[in-house]
Design a protein around this ligand. Structure first.
Ligand SMILES: Nc1nc2c(ncn2[C@@H]2O[C@H](COP(=O)(O)OP(=O)(O)OP(=O)(O)O)[C@@H](O)[C@H]2O)c(=O)[nH]1
Length: 367
């Protein structure tokens, strides 16, 4: 008879007892249950496999000689049914020959006990299995923790921790993809770099905590303005944000810039140390092109950055684009009307000049 469980806390096992002899199953089950384990019984190879699938036991005690398929066959089927998993199988047999033990291990068994098995030997084996089970559970937990940590690491390596937007590394990779897509589809691609005006002064007057909150707010405002599924706002670094606007021509880029200026004016976040407005403002550089073989990430960013510098040096709180400036020059020199430009398939830009600045507010404050 098995003794009652020892004080050291080892998890009880779910044990599948497979034996065609009802009396053997009964005695064994009673002993196992007395020792604190949960028991399922099966009286044939087929019912053993069904119970194995249904109950997912921690341990199988398996008879060798059964009518129909024998225990070796059952063990090999169980091993095949849990690819990557491992449920210990102990054979209990009255056959006491080396080749039987050999065949048991070869078919997938982990141990082989000759019946009648002394209760001490069986209890010792079960305790060893309980320890293995505990180690196995801990390994599974550890591997889950590792998987979660890896997922978090991957997310953090692509995301800006402060704003939750994609970081510069993700942005560069995405821009490369969008350049290739626009080149293949021969569609316009717009890149916008935005920089908060006088942000150093903002931090100095309101503190870094407020500065961080401001960056978060601006990030979510920009995200809100991006309405198309492929628009991609990112934090490019410090107080600079970058946006990829695929399938967006110059006219669309201007609409976007106008929406940014209007949103910031309406949001009216106080900026005590700005000399351009009482509220927080952005300057932006825009570049739009249909990429060709020579278009590269670095070139586009340099061009948007130069445009941003131009916007800053032209007074801030505005957007600038070299391409739009060229358009307006062409428009002026050719004295063409907006209708001519629409007819040529290009956006009428003369109304906006070289710079897109906020329009004066109307009576009700809307533009
Ligand atoms: N609070 C906070 N400040 C930041 C962060 N990243 C960059 N900054 C600050 O942003 C400021 C940027 O200052 P500058 O590059 O001189 O530019 P600016 O004051 O915005 O002036 P202009 O761009 O010329 O309008 C610096 O004071 C940085 O410390 C951040 O994550 N949090």
């Amino acid at each position: 008879m098995l003794q009652a469980p020892l004080p050291t806390a080892l998890p009880p096992l779910r044990i599948l007892v497979v034996d065609d002899q009802a009396s053997t199953r009964e005695v064994l089950s009673a002993q196992l249950q007395f020792a604190g384990h949960a028991v399922e019984e099966a009286d044939s190879a087929e019912s053993a496999l069904q119970a194995f699938q249904r109950h997912r036991p921690d341990l199988v005690l398996l008879d060798v000689e059964m009518p129909g398929h024998d225990g070796y066959w059952v063990a090999s089927q169980m091993r095949a049914a849990e690819a990557g998993g491992w449920t210990p199988i102990i054979f209990l047999s009255s056959l006491d020959q080396d080749h039987c033990l050999w065949q048991a291990i070869e078919s997938g068994g982990d141990d082989y006990l000759v019946k009648p098995v002394s209760s001490t030997v069986l209890q010792a084996k079960l305790r060893a299995m309980q320890r293995l089970r505990r180690t196995q559970s801990r390994l599974i937990e550890l591997s889950d923790e590792l998987r979660l940590a890896n997922e978090q690491l991957t997310r953090l390596s692509h995301e800006d921790a402060l704003t939750g937007l994609p970081n510069r590394r993700s942005f560069d990779a995405r821009l490369q993809q969008e350049i290739l897509a626009a080149q293949r589809e021969q569609q316009p691609l717009t890149l916008v770099l935005c920089d908060i005006d006088f942000f150093k002064g903002y931090n100095d007057s309101l503190g870094h905590v407020a500065g961080d909150a401001c960056l978060q707010r601006v990030g979510s405002l920009l995200q809100g303005i991006c309405r198309r599924p492929r628009d991609y706002p990112a934090r490019y670094g410090g107080e600079e944000f970058a946006l990829i606007l695929p399938l967006t021509p110059r006219s669309g880029a201007m609409t976007f810039a106008r929406a940014v200026l209007r949103t910031l004016a309406l949001t009216a976040m106080p900026h005590p140390s700005s000399s351009v407005a009482p509220h927080l403002t952005l300057s932006g550089g825009i570049t739009t092109c249909i990429p060709d073989q020579d278009t590269a990430v670095e070139g586009l960013i340099r061009r948007a950055d130069d445009a941003l510098y131009a916007a800053k040096s032209r007074g801030r709180n505005c957007f600038f684009s070299f391409e739009m400036q060229m358009d307006t020059r062409e428009q002026r020199s050719a004295s063409r009307t907006a209708a001519d430009f629409q007819a040529s398939g290009r956006a009428p830009l003369s109304g906006f000049g070289d710079l897109l600045s906020p329009a004066p507010p109307s009576v009700n404050g809307q533009k």
